[in-house]
Design a protein around this ligand. Structure first.
Ligand SMILES: *[C@@H]1O[C@H](CO)[C@@H](O)[C@H](O)[C@H]1NC(C)=O
Ligand SMILES: *[C@@H]1O[C@H](CO)[C@@H](O)[C@H](O)[C@H]1NC(C)=O
Length: 779
């Protein structure tokens, strides 16, 4: 055989094997099946026509009853047109997940790669990693779709701001900082949806940023998400809650946004035309569909009693801009709403155009072929994908304490390790919520066993840890081993969807177990914490017998391997906390129902997140040590910035919106030329320790003084690897409109003139003076 023929033969063989590998599983085309002679030549099936033409053709063929059955997640088939039913609800928060009915594991797809929970991945501060995970998840999602095991519309990611440390869903989010969450949203969505190489039209899968907006209370002290009316100021909405959603739509080109259960200022978000139609569609130009949270249309009628009649609730949501109901409500009540003139068929058509356009962009009306048709079971749980899950877990580990360089442990000196604690052999706990079935697990004790002989003691069964009768065995193990690793923390029985915490302390007698094992231990004591939300571990921070603390979050299927790699120095930790760790007395002072970000000293309200809270912390936002040390030095940055300004803007500032001192000192971002307001900052980072490591430069800014502005806020971050002894120069680009503007009390973004401070980490501060120049923009 010639080489060419041989290559050809191998190719055929591969294709044949490929076809075999999921025979019987492959789904029939969703629509436009070439085998269906009745429908294949319909105009909406012609892939050569523009999508909007095809969408209008299909909608034009539907009866009102058929249309109404397409307004819900479990969309009915339209058999006479060769269109199958479709389950819109699939999830892929950190791997393809069977939380929604659209995904089924089993058969050719026993599992999918389960990446760390989002809060852990966020701690890596590595935007390329977030995009890469999205790319891998969509690869597996497509493969599962081809095999009939998943949909193509994934209702992920969750980009709500982590406002309160008690929230049971902290784990699902990228943390408390709007810029960080926005970057995560954009990167993950880009990874999921694919390159956008064809003008952003084609979608690999459709992502969804949820839950819009100011949703971050599930069930706390008599408040629950189905009844909660979040009282949110325009300022907090603009500079905190909506930041990730705007970035997700405007920069990430996400194909969907989900509105939430809660009300905002007395209106359910899914029935609020200002939030949906005016903001997401008109201002941000969503190219996609707006979906309700599951049963939230029902909830706003049944539980919030927002309207008197159900057809009014249906009409209110569709008129507000909702396109798809997760739940049956719209399928039941919309026809009556149309018949009584409460909503028009034209408005139904508009909603359908938004959903069907996404299906067309996904290629669902293009028959069985397409750019992803070859993906199958062999593309799921590949070694490369599982390696990425391990890398993500390693990058997400946060080293919070390491006295006397107790870590890394050494396989030579620490031959026997006591592995203690209710999470020491965690498996499902490591994947958190909105997970799927992983390809496999490596638990912490299994991971540590790769480096040392282990003596394993649970200490307490389960994280609730109500009794101490086995603590003696843990003490004996610690007394005889060369090192003690305590794997403690939380799981879904403590923090979960529909379950907020009341306390920030470790549950039950965990603290006692840690202290007793630490007291008994012969060697160094390492506390590894698994949790989504922060834990008040002040006792361990202050206990000199606890040598090191590592926060592992929920580190995914390979979490135990990553923990061991960090403990034994195969990986040098570089993660940073994406949220403030408050002391327990913080939650005693603050009602979870208070949505204000800003402190109010008059009412003893301390404010929320590092941007506004100035009180004591257990560990601050951005905390995270390394086994090496870094020096940062500013090389260059501008000292002044000239802000071109419309004449009337400088003179005409409405005095009620800004204090007199600020009058004539701010420029609305829409009244300047934002493209000319890029700033470049060069920083040298030197690894002055003796180990290679990664460093994350965090750039914060402080605007000129003003009572309602953040103390400081993150405006950029950059992570890179520096070998021991080497130096690396980084260029950070920030834009004054995007990053250095602040929202006033009315939610209007302005750039303030005067001195802006740029902070590099906790280190040096640099001042840039902003001056308005009146002559550079013509009206
Ligand atoms: C100032 O702006 C606020 C909010 O937009 C408005 O309610 C008020 O009428 C304005 N006052 C003047 C004097 O224009
Ligand atoms: C960030 O993630 C990317 C993608 O996985 C990886 O190639 C890169 O090495 C990571 N960066 C650092 C500094 O670890």
């Amino acid at each position: 055989m010639s080489q060419r023929k041989y290559a050809y033969f191998v190719l055929i063989l591969v294709l044949v094997l490929h076809a075999f590998s999921y025979s019987g599983e492959a789904r029939q085309p969703f629509a436009c099946d070439p085998a269906n002679a009745v429908t294949r030549n319909l105009r909406f099936c012609k892939a050569s026509l523009p999508i909007h033409v095809r969408v209008q053709d299909l909608i034009g063929r539907l009866t009102l009853q058929e249309k109404i059955k397409l307004l819900v997640n479990n969309a009915a088939p339209v058999e006479r047109l060769g269109v199958n039913g479709y389950e819109w609800w699939s999830e892929a928060l950190h791997g393809v997940s069977n939380t929604g009915p659209g995904v089924k594991f089993g058969g050719a797809f026993p599992g999918a790669t389960s990446f760390p929970q989002v809060i852990t991945t966020a701690a890596s501060f590595n935007a390329s990693l977030w995009e890469e995970i999205g790319r891998v998840v969509s690869e597996e999602g497509r493969a599962m779709y081809n095999g009939g095991a998943a949909g193509l519309t994934f209702w992920s990611p969750n980009v709500n701001i982590l406002r309160d440390p008690r929230w049971g869903r902290c784990q699902e989010t990228p943390g408390e900082d709007p810029h960080l969450v926005a970057r995560y949203a954009v990167s993950y969505v880009k990874g999921l949806q694919g390159g956008g190489d064809r003008g952003n039209s084609r979608l690999k899968v459709a992502a969804c940023c949820k839950h819009y907006t100011a949703y971050d209370l599930d069930d706390w002290n008599g408040f629950d998400r189905y009844h909660f009316n979040a009282k949110v100021s325009m300022q907090d909405l603009e500079d905190t809650y909506n930041v990730p959603f705007k970035a997700c739509v405007v920069e990430g080109n996400v194909a969907s946004v989900m509105c939430s259960y809660n009300q905002i200022n007395g209106k359910p978000t899914c029935a609020d035309p200002t939030l949906l139609r005016d903001t997401i569609r008109a201002q941000w130009h969503l190219n996609g569909y707006i979906v309700s949270d599951c049963d939230s249309v029902g909830v706003l009628f049944d539980q919030q009693h927002y309207t008197r009649f159900p057809e009014d609730a249906a009409a209110a949501t569709i008129k507000a801009g909702l396109d798809l109901d997760c739940g049956p409500f719209l399928a039941i009540y919309t026809e009556q709403a149309v018949r009584t003139g409460k909503v028009s068929e034209v408005e139904i058509n508009y909603a359908l155009a938004n959903t069907i356009t996404v299906q067309m962009r996904l290629g669902m009306f293009d028959g069985p072929n397409g750019p992803y048709a070859n993906l199958g079971p062999r593309d799921v749980c590949t070694p490369a994908h599982q390696q990425l899950a391990l890398q993500a877990a390693r990058e997400g580990m946060v080293l919070l304490k390491n006295i006397g360089r107790a870590l890394p442990l050494s396989p030579q000196r620490h031959r026997t390790v006591a592995v203690i604690g209710p999470n020491s052999d965690a498996t499902t706990t490591m994947i958190g919520n909105y997970a799927g079935v992983p390809c496999g697990y490596i638990s912490p004790v299994q991971g540590i066993a790769r480096y040392a002989k282990t003596v394993h003691q649970h200490g307490c069964m389960g994280v609730a840890c109500p009794e101490n009768q086995h603590f003696g065995l843990a003490e004996i193990a610690a007394r005889h081993a060369d090192a003690t690793v305590l794997v403690m923390g939380l799981d879904q029985s403590i923090e979960a969807e529909a379950k907020d915490r009341v306390s920030l302390l470790l549950p039950g007698r965990q603290q006692e177990l840690i202290s007793r094992a630490a007291m008994a231990s012969k060697g160094p004591v390492v506390l590894v914490l698994m949790s989504g939300g922060p834990i008040d571990v002040t006792f361990a921070k202050n206990d000199p017998r606890v040598s090191a603390i590592v926060w592992a979050g929920y580190p995914g299927q390979a979490g135990g391997a990553a923990i061991a790699d960090v403990l034994f120095g195969t990986a040098n930790p570089g993660g940073k906390l994406p949220m403030t760790w408050y002391p327990q007395d913080y939650v005693a002072k603050v009602s979870m129902a208070n949505m204000d970000m800003r402190a109010d000293p008059a009412r003893h309200y301390p404010g929320r997140t590092y941007r506004f809270y100035k009180g004591p912390t257990v560990f601050p936002f951005g905390a995270g040590l390394s086994y090496t040390r870094f020096n940062q030095r500013l090389v260059s940055a501008p000292v002044t910035l000239s802000v071109p300004t419309l004449q009337y803007d400088l003179e005409g500032i409405n005095s009620t919106t800004i204090s007199t001192a600020m009058k004539k000192k701010a420029v609305r971002t829409i009244h300047t030329n934002c493209d000319s307001l890029d700033l470049n900052i060069h920083i040298d980072v030197k690894n002055i320790g003796d180990l290679d490591g990664t460093h994350t430069v965090l750039i914060f800014s402080t605007p000129p003084p003003g009572a309602t502005f953040p103390e400081k806020q993150l405006v950029a971050f950059e992570k890179f690897h520096v070998v021991a002894g080497a130096q690396q120069r980084v260029m950070i680009n920030i834009n004054a409109c995007k990053h250095l503007s602040v929202a006033d009390e009315y939610g209007i973004r302005r750039i303030f003139m005067g001195e802006h401070k740029i902070h590099v980490g906790d280190g040096f501060k640099h001042s840039i003076t902003f001056q308005a120049s009146k002559d550079e923009i013509k009206v």
